[in-house]
Design a protein around this ligand. Structure first.
Ligand SMILES: Nc1ncnc2c1ncn2[C@@H]1O[C@H](COP(=O)(O)OP(=O)(O)O)[C@@H](O)[C@H]1O
Ligand SMILES: [Mg+2]
Length: 302
């Protein structure tokens, strides 16, 4: 790479870098306090990582004096999702909190705390790890999660998938669901926006957004959480107020699979996987596979 630069250009870059480092670590002849020096270097590294045109003059935004706020990656009327970097560990995280309009909304606070509680009770490589819950200085509840990459809907808007990809997505999704169902919960809102893919590796797919998770056998009307399934993915029985059944998640998984097949560059007619998606997304609950493990077996046979 350096061969494209003349020795003079390289020398100038090296000399300016040395000058910049001196400025970050020294105030005139005096060495800056270690904490300030680390903070400035942290901000420089962050600006370089994100290819920012400048470091900015404003104060860096820190949460809990530990997480450097990078960007808001999603917001809707109720929630705000922010990407952050831990200043000491260098790891990436995501904070989900309430929008300014809902800071004092008791229902929204309860849902977020419930999401934290459910998320922290679950641990599986295909389930989003909720790391902690805390209050922001204004009292608003927030949860911190591992950073898990782009959503499946974002991924599909960029590139198509292969048959092998579809198998891997469905295997990861059904493994995550099996773990959640075994722990006694129904997710209630499986959709392409609630599945996250780290580094384009479908084996590391993670089910996110436990905001509408419900204990199997309970009804939404008995709980303080609202039913919030995504149109196009929600099982028909969710329209009535039946007791939550894990097979509603299998229906949504079938809808995810249909979407994947629409984005498959290898799709041929009839695609053997089409039968499985139809079985999963059967409007009649009793005709769907009994559970996530039984659904996984369908893939082993095809
Ligand atoms: N842990 C995470 N890692 C990466 N992106 C995330 C994470 N959590 C949420 N997101 C992004 O934010 C979006 C909304 O998050 P979600 O929890 O589903 O919020 P909502 O309850 O508003 O639907 C997701 O579709 C995803 O793009
Ligand atoms: Mg969501």
């Amino acid at each position: 790479m350096t061969e494209r630069l003349t020795p003079e250009e390289m020398k100038e870059i090296a000399s300016r870098f040395a000058g910049l480092m001196r400025l970050l670590t020294h105030d005139g002849e005096a060495e800056r306090p270690a904490e300030l020096r680390d903070l400035l270097i942290d901000r420089l590294r962050d600006a370089l990582d994100r290819r920012l045109p400048s470091m900015g003059n404003g104060e860096a935004g820190f949460i809990g004096n530990s997480f450097l706020v990078e960007a808001v990656i999603h917001s809707n009327t109720r929630t705000v999702v922010t990407r952050m970097r831990h200043r000491d560990l260098g790891s990436w995280h995501v904070m989900k909190t309430l929008s300014a309009h809902h800071v004092n909304d008791a229902m929204a606070r309860t849902i977020l705390l419930r999401e934290a509680r459910v998320g922290m009770a679950l641990r599986h490589p295909n389930l989003m790890a909720v790391e902690c819950s805390f209050r922001l200085p204004d009292g608003c509840p927030a949860i911190i999660m591992e950073w898990a990459g782009a959503s499946l809907s974002q991924r599909l808007s960029m590139r198509s998938v292969s048959v092998a990809d579809i198998r891997q997505v469905m295997t990861s999704l059904l493994r995550g669901l099996h773990s959640m169902h075994t722990a006694g919960y129904v997710h209630g809102d499986i959709s392409a926006a609630n599945l996250l893919i780290c580094d384009d590796d479908f084996e590391r797919l993670k089910i996110a957004d436990f905001g509408s998770a419900i204990e199997a056998g309970k009804r939404y009307r008995d709980l303080d959480v609202a039913k919030a399934a995504t149109p196009g993915f929600a099982a028909p029985e969710l329209a009535s107020d039946k007791a939550a059944d894990p097979r509603s998640d299998l229906y949504s998984a079938g809808c995810v699979m249909k979407l994947l097949l629409e984005h498959c560059h290898q799709a041929h007619d009839p695609n053997p996987l089409t039968d499985i998606s139809t079985r999963l997304a059967d409007p009649d609950v009793s005709r769907r596979p009994l559970n996530a493990m039984a659904a996984l077996e369908l893939f082993e046979r095809k």
